[in-house]
Design a protein around this ligand. Structure first.
Ligand code: HEC
Length: 148
């Protein structure tokens, strides 16, 4: 008379198998997700965000200058110049938006305000405060329409 093989070890090895298949699926899933995210990131153009980060940096620097009462022309002009130079690249950084006349208008207005500010640079903190307000208005005007 043969004794039937005990049930429990057999079903135990089956559940181990399922566990490993589940684990394998999980690992493959994670690897595939990472690959997809990397591929998506690689397709993103860093230029638009980079130019906005630079604009933000120089606006923040001007605001810090104001807080610290550093309002000499030599403190202010380099930031205004970089804002103005990088403003030339707005259309190149946002080629799709640049097909919209409103975007080109915002970019032109922004450059005009910066040109005016550079033509008669602020010489004191009241002037720097006013220049910051005028420039901020331009940042905001474009963002209201295009940075959703
Ligand atoms: C002519 C249009 C225009 C002007 C002017 C403009 N921006 Fe922007 N900005 C954009 C657009 C469009 C985006 C959205 C970018 C994106 O998400 O790709 C943006 C996004 C940003 C962001 C978020 C960037 C990020 O990492 O998502 C910051 C910060 C910023 N702008 C700062 C500024 C500052 C500071 C100024 C003014 C000194 C300014 N911008 C002027 C169009 C403009």
């Amino acid at each position: 008379m043969s004794t039937p093989a005990p049930e429990s070890p057999k079903s135990g090895s089956a559940s181990m198998r399922y566990f490993f298949i589940w684990l394998l699926g999980l690992v493959i899933g994670i690897i595939a997700t990472v690959m997809l995210v990397r591929a998506w990131q690689a397709r993103q153009d860093p230029f638009p965000k980079a130019i906005m980060t630079v604009q933000k940096f120089h606006m923040t620097a001007l605001k810090h200058n104001l807080e610290q009462n550093r309002c000499a022309a030599t403190d202010t002009i380099p930031h205004l110049q970089t804002l103005r130079r990088t403003a030339d690249d707005l259309e190149s950084a946002f080629p799709d938006l640049a097909r919209d006349d409103r975007f080109v208008k915002h970019a032109s207005d922004f450059r005009r305000v910066l040109d005016a500010s550079l033509a008669s640079p602020p010489m004191n903190c009241a002037g720097v405060k006013q220049a910051i307000a005028l420039i901020d208005d331009q940042c905001k005007a474009c963002h209201d329409d295009f940075n959703k």
